[in-house]
Design a protein around this ligand. Structure first.
Ligand SMILES: C[S@@+](CC[C@H](N)C(=O)[O-])C[C@H]1O[C@@H](n2cnc3c(N)ncnc32)[C@H](O)[C@@H]1O
Length: 213
């Protein structure tokens, strides 16, 4: 059976990473990631630590370090995405301020330091054991726990259903799913976090930020 790192490494591969990095350099973060970054900047990130889980090419890390985050830890199951994030960090002169960890967060969480800000941008929708992932991520958040996840609407569920049919036809090992907002909130609350910001971005995405206490 494929491991998480081999599964995500072959789907989120070198070609996809290079294309995402090129688009990011040309146009900046995609709208849902931009909305999360803007919301975090409004909370104040100066001197904060960041744990970015499944950050892909690292848009959140790059933008928040530019905005004053002191140190980021980037954990991703895809080695090509992590390499692309590292390449961009070096280009921006951030190299010494990011620690990279290749692995399934669920397996390595206990060895990852807690951070003031924890982000899961478009990750719980592609990870099957998402409740475990979300719980471990929330437990590592000292101040803000942030997610970008698909909106729970009939249209989004239909689009994801069709997308999964194509993924199955193409014999890809990654599937997407809508996660119930009440379950996302329950997991945050179980970890001492309260709803703070909730914002829809277009028809597809929701930004949810939880605050400690
Ligand atoms: C849809 S991409 C999102 C990338 C980026 N956050 C963005 O929004 O552009 C999902 C990312 O999450 C990573 N990922 C999924 N499950 C993971 C897990 N359990 N641990 C670490 N990374 C994971 C994948 O390797 C991939 O890089």
């Amino acid at each position: 059976m494929a491991t998480t790192t081999s599964r995500y490494g072959s789907f989120y591969n070198e070609k996809r990473a290079a294309s995402d990095l090129r688009k990011y350099r040309e146009k900046g973060p995609i709208p849902s990631t931009r909305a999360l970054i803007d919301a975090l900047k409004a909370e104040g990130v100066e001197g904060a630590t960041l744990l970015d889980i499944g950050g892909g090419i690292g848009a959140i890390q790059h933008e928040l370090i530019d905005a004053g985050v002191s140190h980021a830890t980037s954990v991703d199951a895809s080695a090509p995405y992590l390499d692309a994030a590292r390449e961009e960090s070096e280009r921006r002169g951030h190299a010494g301020r990011v620690t990279y960890l290749h692995g399934d967060f669920v397996e390595v969480a206990e060895s990852v330091p807690r951070a003031e800000i924890v982000t899961l941008d478009r990750v719980i929708n592609v990870y099957p054991d998402w409740e475990r992932l979300a719980g471990l991520a929330a437990a590592r958040a000292e101040r803000l726990y942030c997610l970008v996840h698909p909106r729970d609407t009939r249209t989004v569920r239909l689009v994801i259903f069709v997308m999964n049919l194509f993924l199955r036809l193409l014999r890809k090992q990654v599937r997407a799913a809508v996660r119930r907002p009440d379950a996302i909130e329950r997991i945050a609350r179980e970890n001492g976090l309260s709803p703070h910001v909730s914002r829809n971005v277009g028809a597809a995405w929701q930004v949810s930020i939880y605050h400690s206490g």
